[in-house]
Design a binder for this molecule. Structure first.
Ligand code: TXA
Ligand code: MG
Length: 348
């Protein structure tokens, strides 16, 4: 039985948060909202508790977790070294959707870092997340609160659909504002490297750092990603998905309509994950999930995982997704769509 706590995101009941923090201190798993996605929290200094995260999610043990803190002063307690790049990034983007990879201190349990000598750290903007971490008094290890391989959860209902009965509690504070995970930046090298595009855009990171490498695997090539988590199929809806990447929105639209019509002619029940701009012109039999508006990429990031999950209780045989421009949050959106599609990509 998973306890369910409903909290006001701006004026949360602190006694409820204290109860949830006590569960964390006792080694239990508590799912909580952040501004990116819901996280599945455990005491990050308690190897036993962290093992529970891997069990509940069915997550491969070599995929390391992010430690969440509530105060920037805690970073040196986790990091053996805080490089100038991490200093600059955290000053500019914390609290917020950014995780930095730094050399770890030796008291961080191996299970947290997947045996690596480095560790990911994030200070979330979400008030509830920060209060919970502060009350727990320890860094909180928290991956996204989904079953491994499924789209990340952006609501408490999503969390319960995947992990209900497997975790001690979930805190519901409504939908997440950003909707895609944090950007992960490796700060251990001479030139910092973007390992996962996320809520802080490449353009924003470049502005602060002056120079940043991008893991070539992010561009959809077949190179092996540096971030262990990026090599797994991820974010996938129930039915096989194909990502349509046209030169321009109009070309993408034409291509996706052609594919949908062909699949429907073959008797398939077809789902589509598309912009509001394209939705109206799809063939009438299409089961359409609108992810947001191309006029504002923020809405697409915020609606992406809900759109992918909408086929859970409305099964289809095949899904076509509309690709977007890789600018701003578009880079994170396209990275998630390619992975959700298992790199089945149709280009014109
Ligand atoms: O927005 C987020 O980051 C959410 C919320 C809950 O904070 N958390 C999240 O955690 O997305 P997770 O576990 O789903 O993703 C963590 C990513 C994985 O791709 C993992 O491989 C990478 O960070 N990572 C963690 N530690 C690492 C390390 N030491 N070196 C390289 N990559 C690392
Ligand atoms: Mg995840």
């Amino acid at each position: 039985q998973t306890k369910y706590y409903k909290l006001d995101p701006v004026k949360p009941d602190l006694s409820i948060l204290a109860e949830a923090a006590e569960l964390l201190r006792q080694g239990e798993l508590v799912a909580f909202p952040t501004e990116t996605v819901y996280g599945l929290g455990a005491n990050g200094l308690d190897g036993q508790a962290v093992t529970g995260i891997f069990r509940a999610k069915g997550r491969p043990a070599d995929n390391p977790l992010i430690l969440h803190i509530a105060d920037v002063e805690k970073l040196p307690e986790i990091a053996a070294v805080v490089p100038a790049s991490a200093e600059a990034l955290t000053e500019r983007f914390w609290p917020g959707p950014l995780s930095v990879i730094v050399e770890r201190r030796s008291h961080i349990p191996d299970i947290v870092t997947g045996g690596l000598t480095t560790v990911a750290v994030r200070l979330p903007a979400s008030l509830i997340a920060r209060e919970l971490i502060r009350l727990a008094g320890v860094p909180i290890a928290a991956p996204s609160a989904n079953t491994s391989g499924r789209p990340s959860p952006t609501t408490a209902e999503d969390v319960l659909a995947d992990l209900g009965g497997k975790i001690a509690a979930v805190i519901d504070a409504g939908p997440c504002a950003i909707g895609v995970e944090s950007s992960v930046v490796d700060c251990t090298g001479v030139v910092p490297a973007l390992l996962r595009p996320g809520g802080v855009t490449y353009e924003m990171l470049l502005e602060v750092l002056g120079e940043i490498e991008v893991d070539p695997a992010l561009a959809g090539s077949l190179a092996i990603p540096k971030s262990p988590g990026m090599k797994y199929t991820h974010y996938a809806p129930m039915a096989p998905m194909f990502l349509i990447e046209g030169e321009l929105p109009a070309a993408t639209g034409e291509l996706i309509k052609r594919e949908i019509l062909a699949a429907q002619a073959g008797g398939q029940r077809v789902g589509a994950v598309v912009s509001v701009e394209l939705a109206g012109s799809l063939p009438p039999a299409t089961i359409t999930a609108v992810y947001g508006s191309r006029a504002d990429t923020k809405t697409i990031a915020a609606g992406l995982y809900t759109a992918l999950r909408s086929f859970d209780d409305n099964p289809v045989d095949i899904i076509y997704a509309e690709g977007i421009e890789e600018q701003g949050l578009g880079l994170a959106v396209m990275n998630r769509l390619r992975k959700a599609a298992g790199y089945r990509i149709i280009r014109n």
